[in-house]
Design a protein around this ligand. Structure first.
Ligand code: ADP
Length: 456
């Protein structure tokens, strides 16, 4: 069922319930009021009649009957009966069979001094009066409230027709109102259905920028912008990656082609194969880097973390790097001597942290002619802080905020081997550890990378 229909129906049901409760209470109160009024009138009538009969001496019962029958009042066809001590009828204003006459009933009235009851659609009132000689009489008056009931029937009919009319109007207006309220959503739906991977730049109309639907459109636009950005990134990643892969592959191809142009000496073949091996190693390094980057992008913050001593990781990285590059010099030192182990411990993933510091220390050595990296460990109450310093080529000011983007390389760095992937992996790893990485650098003076990792 459409939301519009649902809303209209719900609205109608709520209004119908409220109106029904309201009408029922009015009807119930009116009925109660009518009954009470009628009992009161009956009682007055019973008392007037019997007073006349008992207190006015020598009243002619026949005359009283005639007066009784011709009294103009709302009380139509009231039947009045007066009983003496012996339960005999002392007066009756009508000739037909005596109604309701039962000794128990009369006893009951004598006991309670008053009675209100209903009998065959008629209301009955019973009162006690005494004459001058202190004889007690039970007076019964009964009648049907023809006018009152007619009035009530009219009220009931008006209410039922009113209720039906109100329900029909509520359905119609509810439907129109719901349609109007949901119109922006219908428009939004139409616009969204036209958005695909090729027009992610399209934006939804945000209307008045205030209500919930406008907020939905604003959030949706923000999501589209994020999607568009990540699509763009992915596109540029694929084209950058293929470009990076093509260069060593083309080099390998041309090298093989040149080698095959003419028969060569054995020594020459060895040289060619050695060059090919170097190119191949570069290719492996690049694909490993790409793989690492793709992996780190797919990781979420739920990576496995253990308690790790940062100095231990750094010494491990130092050993690994010196094993590969014997000309590198790496100095690791504490800026502040830690009072306890906790100052240099972080909650992290050992393998990822190893990759992080390998990239940073390798860069520091690679981009400086002395191949010297100085690593300092320091800390505060919340974090362990690692500084990686070099006195190498440095990074131009305008490139400082771009170096963490995949494949970005500074002009001066192109003289060195590399593909611009390492720092984007570092950034992702630091993010996964809820830390921060920043850089300070001056061209031709050197760079200092600062990594802040929280203890917990
Ligand atoms: P790669 O070193 O393979 O080019 P990275 O992602 O590690 O890739 O670095 C990206 C770029 O940042 C480098 O190309 C270089 O321009 C710059 N860079 C990184 N570290 C340093 C550093 N220590 N000194 C100078 N430039 C650096």
């Amino acid at each position: 069922m459409k939301i519009r229909t649902k809303l209209a129906l719900l609205f109608t049901v709520i209004v119908a319930i409220i109106l029904a409760v309201f009408s029922l209470s009015i009807y119930y109160l009116s009925e109660n009021y009518r009954k009470q009024e009628f009992y009161k009138s009956l009682k007055d009538r019973a008392l007037t009649n019997s007073q006349l009969l008992l207190k006015v001496k020598d009243i002619d019962k026949k005359l009283l009957k005639i007066i009784d029958k011709n009294t103009l009042s709302t009380l139509y066809a009231v039947e009045v009966l007066v009983f003496n001590d012996n339960n005999e009828v002392a007066y009756s204003n009508y000739d037909a069979e005596v109604f309701l006459y039962s000794p128990e009933l009369l006893e009951n009235i004598r006991k309670n001094r008053y009675l209100e009851s209903t009998y065959k659609e008629k209301q009955v009132v019973g009162v006690i009066i005494t004459d001058e000689k202190n004889n007690e009489y039970v007076v019964l008056a009964q009648a049907k409230d023809i006018y009152g009931e007619e009035k009530l029937r009219n009220i009931k009919n008006s209410m039922i027709s009113g209720l039906f009319l109100a329900i029909i109007l509520t359905v119609v207006f509810g439907f129109i109102f719901a349609g109007q309220a949901l119109r922006p959503i219908a428009i939004m739906n139409k616009d969204i259905s036209q958005i695909n991977a090729y027009n992610l730049r399209q934006q939804l109309n945000t209307g008045n920028n205030k209500d919930e639907i406008a907020q939905l459109a604003i959030n949706f636009n923000a999501m589209l912008a994020r999607l568009n950005k990540s699509f763009e990134l992915q596109k540029s990643f694929v084209s950058n990656a293929s470009h990076e892969l093509r260069t060593p592959l083309a080099a390998i191809k041309s090298e093989i082609q040149i080698a095959l142009q003419q028969p060569r000496e054995e020594g020459e073949y060895t040289q060619i194969l050695q060059r090919l091996l170097v190119d191949n190693q570069q290719l492996i390094k690049l694909t490993n880097g790409l793989l690492q980057l793709a992996k780190s992008e797919n990781l979420d913050s739920g990576i496995q973390k253990t308690t790790i001593r940062i100095d231990e990781i750094l010494f491990e990285v130092q050993e690994q790097l010196l094993h590969i590059y014997s000309d590198y010099k790496i100095n690791i030192d504490f800026e502040d001597i830690p009072e306890d182990d906790n100052s240099v411990t972080v909650k992290g993933n050992k393998q990822l942290l190893n990759t992080l510091f390998t990239n940073l220390i390798e860069n520091a050595c690679k981009y400086s002619t002395n191949h010297f990296a100085e690593v300092y460990i320091t800390f505060d109450a919340e974090n362990t802080i690692i500084l990686i310093k070099d006195s190498g080529i440095g990074i131009p000011k305008d490139a400082l905020d771009k170096i963490f983007e995949p494949f970005f390389r500074t002009q001066s760095a192109t003289l060195f081997k590399g593909h611009g992937i390492g720092l984007s992996i570092c950034k992702r790893i630091v993010d996964l550890h809820e830390g921060a990485i920043t850089v300070k650098s001056k061209e031709n003076s050197g760079s200092t990378f600062k990594v802040v990792l929280p203890h917990i």
